[in-house]
Write a protein that binds this ligand. Sequence first.
Ligand code: IMP
Ligand code: MG
Length: 187
Amino acid sequence: MKELVLSQEEISAIVKDLANKLEAELRSEEKPPVFLCVMKGAMPFYSDLVKEIELDILCDYIQLSSYEGGLSSTGRVSMEKDLGENLDGRTVIIVEDIVDSGLSMAFLKDHINSRFKPKRILICALFDKICARTNGVKVDFCGKELHEAKFLVGYGLDYRQLLRNVPYVFVPDEKELAYWDSLDSGH
Ligand code: IMP
Ligand code: MG
């Protein structure tokens, strides 16, 4: 490990803080808001977050892909699974692991707006890599801002689909990356 970015304790404090802010924001919604999990990366964060929200909410998920397992985004976003709820007239909270270039979030907002007439769309992300943004996407609720282009793994964030189950977030070193490469190529 090159650097521990968030420990389990830090993650849990961030999740509680974000849940409090979201509750305050959403307390007087007419219709139950929809918390939309962006699979697969946001899965652990989403699961911890929704358990802290003491409001009537709907849970839904969508699966996008842009990284294809490697160290950087392909620049193309594809949808692997579509969402199921009707979002008309509701506030939608997109729950994402990390907003990097912003392409995935721009794609998802366009997709939602093309199918539904939501009341508004908010983005809640554990990490905001603001230094990597290539468009005007803004994170409304952010766990931790990143000002350097680091590659992170753990707590949903993957390298070659591995490490999503690790309960903390870290920057891997070259040796670790080479080891995970070897697992994938079957050596
Ligand atoms: P964007 O479309 O460039 O904003 O990319 C967003 C997606 O890329 C996120 O949902 C993550 O799944 C993935 N991603 C971005 N940065 C990292 C990282 O540091 N580690 C692992 N996955 C990442
Ligand atoms: Mg993601």
